[in-house]
Design a protein around this ligand. Structure first.
Ligand SMILES: Nc1nc2c(ncn2[C@@H]2O[C@H](COP(=O)(O)OP(=O)(O)O)[C@@H](O)[C@H]2O)c(=O)[nH]1
Ligand SMILES: [Mg+2]
Length: 408
């Protein structure tokens, strides 16, 4: 007879690069560790202590094969390479032992690319949500605008779900990247960072600037871009300069926390805030257009030059032609660097980190449980996993069919 099973269904929500996939990898890692203990116990082997167990587990090739066979999706998330980002949809199907009920818990669901181009898929997914689906909404606690986009997704999902069913609160909120927030909040960091960005702006104003942007797929290769002397700068170069500051001066020291993707995402956020602040764009059509572009796509536009040309007979353009095409695309988004100071850069960084208003709005409006996590360092993940386990339910196929039918 099959072991009794309980199920939790989850759908990951949240802006691109907020950490959804990393969170799933962290959950898979916690599950793999729990399963490792059971595995060792069954084999009557010694259980390593908490500090070293991850290293030991990862080196245990017998366990690795065992996991691949018994729990393939946990195995694949454990080894997933996050660099490529989530495109389209991923299914989740994690299994773990349920000692309390002497059975198995299934953690099932979907992870989506966060960009707004996936909004239509998100709608389809929410339509599939059942009464017990938990929507895990992930926020990047270092990027205020990104949090707003996560919130926008929640509002959209809720309207779909509300119109379909009366349900308990389906949301779980995760405020992620608490480790990154700590670094960026440090006053000495902020001083140094804003001065470094300002130095680059000054160089651009005085004699021009050369940027070396690593290739998207091969970071040992670079795209070299010469920016001629100018007081004005377009959005695409603004985000590139801020990214370059992170890459050259801060990533080397904080590689485990300021990842490449974090640097790009923050650069986009800060470039957006600077643009909005400098041009008094608040509430204008131009700002809406900029938001549409930047939330629909991945940051660091300069790395996606070739995407600008869909027409196949134009594929052999030179770099300068691609840059010209990009410039045309961002034509209306330009600022004058004359009024930019390092104090302003610093205060915009602080603004980006100031997500409390959004956190409060989320709490007041939706009242779901809230977790603060560092998905990369697996802080706060066990608590989240326990919460999910506590909310697992016994599901028999019949119940499921009835529930799905009642939704139609
Ligand atoms: N420092 C830090 N970086 C994180 C954390 N969670 C995710 N990241 C990084 O943020 C970037 C985007 O993460 P990813 O999971 O791909 O985001 P997704 O688009 O929401 O799936 C990656 O470079 C991750 O390494 C975290 O808690 N702390
Ligand atoms: Mg992802």
């Amino acid at each position: 007879m099959e072991m009794p099973s309980r199920t939790v269904e989850i759908i990951m929500l949240g802006d691109g690069l907020s950490g959804k996939t990393t969170l799933l990898k962290a959950i898979a890692t916690e599950i793999a560790l729990l399963e490792y203990e059971h595995y060792l116990r069954e084999k009557k082997q010694k259980i390593p202590n908490e500090v070293t167990n991850l290293d030991i587990m990862l080196k245990d090739s017998e366990y690795d094969s065992w996991l691949r066979e018994k729990n393939p999706n946990v195995h694949s998330y454990l080894h997933t390479n996050l660099k490529t980002g989530t495109l389209g949809i991923e299914t989740i199907n994690f299994l773990l032992k349920d000692p309390k009920h002497n059975g198995v818990i299934k953690l099932k669901g979907y992870d989506l690319g966060g960009q707004n181009i996936y909004d239509h898929l998100r709608k389809v997914l929410s339509g599939l949500a059942t009464l017990r689906t938990k929507l895990i909404a992930v926020f990047d606690s270092t990027r205020r605008m990104s949090c707003k986009n996560s919130l926008r997704q929640i509002k959209q999902q809720l309207s779909i779900i509300r119109s379909k069913q009366q349900t308990n609160n389906p949301f779980i909120f995760v405020f992620n990247k608490i480790d990154l927030k700590e670094i960026l909040s440090d006053t000495a960091f902020q001083e140094k960072f804003s001065k470094s960005v300002m130095n680059r702006f000054d160089a651009l104003k005085r004699h021009g600037l050369t940027l070396n942007i690593p290739h998207l797929l091969d970071s040992s290769q670079f795209i070299t871009i010469q920016l001629p002397k100018s007081d004005e700068i377009g959005f695409e170069n603004l985000e590139a300069i801020i990214y370059d500051t992170f890459r050259q001066e801060f990533i080397p020291k904080h590689r485990d926390i300021i990842t490449e993707e974090n640097a790009k995402a923050l650069a986009r956020e800060l470039a957006y805030l600077l643009m909005k602040d400098s041009n008094g764009l608040e509430g204008t059509e131009t700002l809406l257009r900029l938001e549409q572009i930047i939330f629909a796509e991945r940051p660091l536009a300069l790395q996606y030059l070739k995407n600008l040309v869909l027409n196949s007979d134009k594929k052999n353009l030179e770099l300068k032609d691609y840059l010209q095409l990009l410039r045309m695309r961002y034509e209306e988004f330009v600022i004058d660097l004359k009024d930019v100071t390092s104090e302003r850069i610093k205060s915009l960084l602080e603004l980006s980190l100031h997500i409390e208003p959004i956190l409060k709005e989320v709490q007041a409006t939706y009242k779901g449980p809230m977790f603060r996590t560092n998905a990369l360092g697996r802080e706060g993940i066990r608590e989240l996993l326990h919460h999910l386990i506590e909310h697992s339910e016994v599901v028999t196929e019949n119940v499921r069919k009835v529930r799905l039918r009642s939704l139609k």
